[in-house]
Design a protein around this ligand. Sequence first.
Ligand SMILES: [Zn+2]
Length: 261
Amino acid sequence: MDALNIQASRPRHISPEEWAVRVDLAACYRLIAHFGWDDLILTHNSARVPGEPNHMLINPMGLMFNEVTASNILKVDFDGNLVAPSQYEPIYAGVVIHGAIYLGRPDVEVVIHTHTEADIAVGVQEEGLLPLSQWAMRFHNRLGYHDYEGVSLDMDERERLQRSIGNHPVLVLRNHGLLATGRNVAEAFSHTYHFERSAEAQLKAQAACASGAQLVFPPEETCEKQAAQFATMGDNIRLGGQREWPALLRLCDRLDPSFRT
Ligand SMILES: [Zn+2]
């Protein structure tokens, strides 16, 4: 699909800025399905609408992630009311969880929520994610943990979700899954990707302990140094995931370019 056709697929009532976020968010759904981190029609990813800080874009209830497109993503307010008409409805738990983050964190533009076996198997461990891999060290002292309260259908859980994530980029939902935030889709996807790889590596290392392996932990200062390297570039705050995002979009185009429609 060339640039002219991509532009032609933008409905006239949607601004170019909102459409660009919709395309990136639709790509994110396709990537999550591609990497096997989706959960049938459950879980949800969202983005704040450019120029409309109290509205978010989120997936419709009932669609598999490889059916999500830029135009069928819903625009809702933080109570879950549709802002733009649609034949679909949002997933209510998604409204509760994602709305909590946007209300509590004005710096967050994107939230990705996954349920994977690795997220859960690490999240149920008292110490959570351990700094065992280079992937994991970027999260050293930069993760929140939230105790399970049942399916998130109560608005009063929002305050506790906000407390649990604090100023961290990622929140481990114990017994449930993961929330990764970002200042754009690429950054939130990067956090999701690196947490998944970290969790998978940790579980393999821990499995090896059953046959007598001893784990080696880097010193605390090395973990902190590595986390700081991933958070900043020189004196500048680093926006993760930017270098690989164009390549990930090319992957999505090869898999099925309908996400752009
Ligand atoms: Zn969930």
